[in-house]
Design a protein around this ligand. Structure first.
Ligand code: NI
Ligand code: MN
Length: 228
């Protein structure tokens, strides 16, 4: 059975029988993270967009683990220039990896990467559908609510939906509850909250409001794990 561990913010570790996939590994400088970049072992790193709180420790973790970075073309090209093995994709495209299938979906957000020399263009932000062992996880990335989530829900049997709820930069709680309605997952898990003052919302409110529309949601504590 695949196992998902919440590393805080939008960072998750997904362990399948054949591979470990790290998603949006923002650990250094993340006040909620309890795992250090040097403690993470993985085969792949999946990035939703170019913001620093998602690329995070990708370069050091990828190099130490000789992991392959899966991301949009622009991020993959930049990672390739850092000496990392990459698999470029883009929105709407899917690929069969040894562990399963990844499809990038739209997300309404930004994707610039801030450096001392200015902002680097990192393409369009994405979400990802990851299917392993016949279970599909939807990591929405950072996004506003959008009606196409209804289409994503119609075309995929989603087991876990990982949805940002922190407001200000992404969907807030009420929009995320509407996203659950559109996506119809077996279980929704909130992410991208409490890390910064601007996104300090109560995830239990998301759970309560999701259950009020007849859907299931669960808060994963930092370090919390779920087999599904
Ligand atoms: Ni972002
Ligand atoms: Mn973010």
């Amino acid at each position: 059975m695949p196992k998902l561990t919440f590393l805080s913010h939008a960072a998750f570790l997904l362990e399948s029988d054949s591979a470990t996939i790290l998603i949006d590994p923002f650990l250094s400088g993340n006040p909620l993270a309890t795992v250090k970049p040097e403690e993470v072992a993985c085969d792949y790193i999946l990035l939703t967009h170019g913001h620093g709180d998602h690329i995070g420790d990708t370069v050091t973790i990828a190099k130490r683990n000789n992991a392959t970075v899966i991301a949009n073309y622009e991020i993959a090209t930049w990672c390739g220039k850092q000496g990392i093995t990459v698999h470029p994709m883009h929105i709407g495209g899917a690929h069969e990896f040894p562990f399963g299938r990844v499809k990038l979906t739209i997300a309404h957000h930004g994707s610039g990467y801030e450096t001392d020399d200015g902002m680097i263009y990192m393409g369009n932000p994405a979400g990802a559908l990851i299917t392993t062992a016949d279970k599909t996880i939807y990591h929405a990335g950072d996004t506003a609510l959008f009606l196409d989530m209804k289409l994503i829900g119609e075309m995929n049997r989603i087991h876990l939906a990982l949805l940002p709820i922190g407001d200000n930069f992404t969907m807030g709680i009420d929009d995320a509850v509407k996203a659950v309605d559109f996506l119809n997952p077996k279980l929704a898990i909130p992410m991208h909250y409490k890390t910064f003052d601007l996104i300090d919302v109560n995830p239990q409110e998301f759970v309560r409001k999701t259950q009020a529309i007849g859907k299931e949601a669960q808060v994963l504590a930092v370090g919390g794990q779920l087999e599904f």
